[in-house]
Design a protein. Structure first.
Length: 248
């Protein structure tokens, strides 16, 4: 069968065009690597890491120990109350000086000439106790020889022993402690050259000062006016005591 030219030409043109397009698309040439890879099985993917649940948990940090607050932190700091100096029982050892306050005048009036009475120094011992502003003590005082002399008169001596109970009223309770003293007791006196002994009740009043070098040890000094009575009337004297005090 004869195909019209136009129809054949058209068919050829279409075929030529189609062949040229196919000729431009070259089939891929298999490479050596591709061939080798084709013979080997594809590598399996690496397994993913296990779930996080199987991972070991990190240890929790240990809590730090609680610190106690310093005294000045938090509430207002209150220092502990300090103990007063010299509280409790105590002993005092020292000396005492007696100064005549009345006998010289009485003897001068009696003798009609001036009479002088010398002072004397002896011993002073005390045992007592104190709590805050109040203290009580027992005191023993020995003054060996008041001596009365005058022109044309025989010299006369007398001793004085005083045993008394005293009350202390302490004004300040720190390292320096001034105080008032009041007490009473019994006095004994012996006269020379004629051995005569006299006695009588007595009253004592004055004040003193304790200066503490430590909480237990103090230097002490006091002044008291002593008024004997009964057989010792008119033998008033001023007693100045000093010594060391130790509080237990």
């Amino acid at each position: 069968m004869r195909v019209p030219a136009r129809s054949l030409v058209l068919a050829i043109a279409i075929t030529m065009v189609s062949s040229a397009a196919l000729a431009q698309i070259e089939p891929p040439t298999p490479s050596a690597d591709a061939g080798a890879g084709a013979s080997e099985p594809a590598a399996s993917p690496e397994p993913e890491p296990e779930a996080q649940a199987d991972a070991q948990p990190e240890p929790e940090p240990e809590p730090e120990p609680a610190q106690e607050p310093e005294p000045w932190q938090g509430e207002e700091y209150q220092p502990p109350p300090s103990k007063d100096f010299g509280q409790g029982f105590y002993i005092m050892l020292g000396g005492a000086t007696g100064i005549d306050m009345k006998a010289a005048d009485v003897l001068s009036d009696f003798a009609g000439v001036p009479v002088d009475v010398s002072s004397t120094t002896g011993l002073n011992v005390r045992l007592g106790a104190r709590q805050r502003h109040i203290g009580a003590e027992f005191q023993a005082e020995w003054l060996p020889a008041f001596k009365a002399t005058g022109q044309g008169l025989n010299p006369v001596e007398w001793s004085m022993v005083s045993l008394s109970a005293n009350l202390h009223i302490v004004i300040l309770t720190g390292r320096v402690q001034p105080y008032l003293l009041i007490g009473g007791g019994y006095n004994f006196s012996k006269q020379k050259p004629i051995d005569l002994t006299f006695s009588g009740w007595s009253f004592r009043g004055g004040g003193g000062l304790d200066v503490f070098m430590t909480r237990n040890l103090a230097l002490t000094m006091d002044v008291a006016y002593v008024i004997p009575t009964n057989e010792l009337t008119d033998l008033n004297y001023l007693a100045i005591g000093w010594g060391l005090k130790y509080a237990f």
